[in-house]
Design a protein around this ligand. Sequence first.
Ligand code: MEV
Length: 292
Amino acid sequence: MKSTGSARGKIILLGEHAVVYGVPALVAGIDREARASVQRASSTSILLAGQPLEANDALFEALSQASDLYGLGPLELELELDLPSGSGLGASAALGVATARALAHLADRLDEATIWRAAMAWERVFHKNPSGVDTTAAMRGGVLRYVRGEDPTPVRLGQSLEISVCVAGPPAPTAAMVESVARLRDRRPEAFTKNLAAIAQLVENAEPTLRSGDERSLGRLMDLNHMLLSSWMLSTEEIEAAREIARGAGAFGSKLTGSGGGGAVLAVGPSAPILDAWRAAGYVSFVAKIGT
Ligand code: MEV
């Protein structure tokens, strides 16, 4: 018999990378999800969007790490994804949580702590040193303030907020981007610590703007966060072009989201003209409604 699970993607509103070093991040679940369906089998196989994966695909290792916690033998896993993968939108964590939930049903062990550990074991295969922000957002949804190693705090929005999202260029592997930031820290620890403190301040200032729905201030804080992330070499020409287009269409602010080096850009402001402008320039884009 098949067991199923699902989980949401996410956008990091502020605080990515710094969250790896203990700075809080603001993250929101988005209404695009991953789904997993799993059953016992004589040998392990994985279908992603209906396509069988080669046995050397990293998803096999991720499945083995996650299913070991449940002591399950060979499995047939089917995965579906409604969000672009490798773009900073939490696809791998959403797949990990969806799979962990399906495994938990199959093993009839539904406690959240084991689901979390299984999803983190999955995530470590791709991200080596994940802060847990993506897995937490995939498990919990909503808008959260997340600090590594702590329970997240829900952030209650006065009203729901539309964040425009576009995929600006090919993805970069999260592990490589996290390692490149770690190298910068080793080379210039003092400057790095100052940046962390600045990002922590931006996150602190952003929380009340979310609660009150002050999109203009939130946009300014996103711009500032983006500048600090750029100083860690995480932006690209494509990301800057997408930000410029959003600004021209009336955005109050914008930033890369997730690991950077490519992938998604967020903009806050009037979503219809921003999306029209991005689509006219050929970007895949959509609106993420948060705080609903
Ligand atoms: C990736 O979505 C977010 C990063 O901060 C990595 C992490 O927190 O594990 C870049």
